[in-house]
Design a protein around this ligand. Structure first.
Ligand SMILES: C[S@@+](CC[C@H](N)C(=O)[O-])C[C@H]1O[C@@H](n2cnc3c(N)ncnc32)[C@H](O)[C@@H]1O
Length: 317
């Protein structure tokens, strides 16, 4: 987390707009201090300032000019680790409007949506800007991330969080207050990443903006959302069969002979869905496996994929 724009903002620098800084800790930078009970605070360094803990003050001057990875001691004798925060540490501690995409899901999105350096990515909604940070990093200085957020108050939070992490507004990033659907027609993009309540409402617009071979990735919190999105993608007809999954991360406790899963775990964040855009006017071949009996029965009320005979009236004679 930069805290001020600096030499890493030069696009020729290998670390340009990565949000990563190195060298001695300077005034204006943010650091993360961690006590022996793993309680963490983020503080912005300022010459002559103090940070007050429940066990006495920490002098910023004891940190300024030092490398990362030092230990400072509060006036009450408690030792604190000092590091610059990593991106995944930053996003779970930054101010929030909307719920954020957690790092385990952001990592999946970057990998499974194949967000590559130079990619043109559209993202909605920006929410608190957590996923935005991961996308900006992944596309790098030669890509673009166009973020959309319907709520101005959330957009303001996203902007503040992104700018704080990168030390300024990354030139490859734009943030628009408005509905993503209004801006997609007529565009050409490689990836669309949706984190919103009703991503199925955007499928038509996403289909018009994605280049052939482009990919849509959506993050949804509940199974009704998952179902409706997947069926809408099928109904569109020019996306590949969607993939849907979730990831569970189970931390482990490792100490001597006590090696076991942690007692605590984040049981649910969300589901991910990806599908690729076919060339315009081209439908994927019909699915080999028939839907389970009753899957689209009388009590199914969602969007229905076309049947084989609707897609190809000559196939059934
Ligand atoms: C869960 S939050 C996104 C969190 C964000 N991905 C993050 O990691 O911080 C969902 C956001 O989508 C916004 N939203 C919903 N539908 C939208 C649309 N059609 N266009 C733009 N923003 C939308 C909402 O206002 C809300 O802030």
């Amino acid at each position: 987390m930069s805290g001020e724009s600096g030499d890493d903002a030069n696009p020729q620098e290998p670390r340009a707009w990565s949000g990563v800084r190195s060298g001695p800790l300077r005034a204006g930078e943010w650091v993360r201090i961690t006590d022996p009970k793993n309680r963490r605070h983020h503080i912005q360094l300022e010459k002559g300032a103090q940070f007050f803990t429940h066990r006495g003050a920490i002098e910023h001057d004891d940190i300024l000019g030092s490398p990362e990875g030092i230990v400072v001691t509060s006036a009450g004798g408690v030792e604190y680790l000092v590091f610059r925060p990593l991106l995944h540490e930053y996003v779970v501690s930054m101010p929030r409007g909307a719920a954020v995409v957690y790092p385990k899901d952001a990592a999946q999105i970057v990998a499974m949506a194949d967000v590559f350096p130079g990619a043109r990515v559209v993202e909605a909604g920006a929410g608190s800007g957590s996923l935005t940070c991961a996308l900006i990093r992944a596309v790098g200085p030669h890509g673009s991330v166009s973020s959309y957020e319907r709520r101005r108050d959330f957009a303001d939070i996203a902007r503040a969080n992104v700018e704080k992490f990168f030390g300024g507004s990354p030139p490859m990033w734009s943030l628009t207050v408005g509905d993503v659907q209004d801006d997609l027609h007529g565009r050409e993009v490689d990836r669309v990443v949706l984190d919103m309540l009703a991503p199925w409402e955007c499928v038509e617009a996403v289909g018009s903006a994605l280049v052939p071979g482009g990919l849509v990735c959506a993050y949804v919190a509940t199974t009704p959302q998952l179902s409706r999105l997947v069926e809408t993608l099928r109904t569109h007809g020019e996306f590949t069969e969607p993939d849907a999954w979730e990831t569970l991360v189970r931390p482990w406790h490792v100490e001597g002979l006590a090696v076991r899963p942690s007692h605590k775990m984040n049981g649910h964040t969300g589901f991910l869905v990806t599908a690729r855009r076919m060339a315009h006017g081209v439908r994927p071949p019909g699915r080999k496996r028939r839907p389970a009996p009753g899957a689209y029965g009388a009590d199914y009320a969602g969007p229905r994929p076309a049947t084989e005979s609707e897609r190809d009236p000559e196939s059934t004679g």
